[in-house]
Design a protein around this ligand. Sequence first.
Ligand code: HEM
Length: 225
Amino acid sequence: MVMTNFTGTGIGFGAGIGCGFGVGWGFGGMPLNFLGLGVGGGCGVGVGLGWGFGSAFGSQYRNSRVTFDGTDFINKERSEERDLKDPAKVAQHKSKQDCWIIIHGRVIDVTKFLEEHPGGEEVLIESAGKDATKEFEDIGHSKAAKNYILKYQIGYLQGYKIQDDDDDNLFTDSYKEPIKAKEIEAFVIKLNFKPKHLVFFEYFVPFLAAAFFLYYRYLNGALQL
Ligand code: HEM
């Protein structure tokens, strides 16, 4: 789970004066956004429910699934698994129920991809637990196939040497700068970043609006006495 800032229209409880506009602090945006600050229109004096106009700023709950450099990281735990794999350990995953293969030094868990593979599951199972770089390249797989490799990659093979003759940038570039778990964490932390002025809007302005409203009610009462 990560928190991100959002902007969007929203519904909020707002204090309105007369038949005019009021400032509200409530829910904004979809889905599951909260603490939004919006401007709402409402009739009458008092606290009412108003539809937000314009922009609302706030915090948003979102799933921790992030896409980075073309790769989906389902969650933090999975990104931490992107470590170096011992070849002996890889070799143990050689069944249909648990099928890992190595392509260009990347360890890929293709168990969930077996049925989806256009070339059939048999060829993948035959190479299970082993390096299938040659077989993979012999077919002349497309860029889409290489993206699948990034998607299902769970780590790198221990002791694998970066090869200068990798002829595809998709792989060569990533080898030179493999994505490490720490970088992913930093990426997520950046998503959390909330500018100071948003904090001001979220907390100070609603209290200010409430204070104005109470002052207005107080003046009204005082004048009637
Ligand atoms: C042992 C290694 C592999 C062999 C021998 C192999 C074999 C094949 C063959 C024969 C085809 C052609 C099917 C056809 O056109 O009828 C194919 C297509 C395909 N394979 Fe593989 N494959 C291997 C590994 C992989 C891996 C690891 C992935 C991705 C994780 C993958 C993804 C694809 C995709 C997406 C296609 C569709 C055509 C394309 O986009 O290139 N394959 N494969």
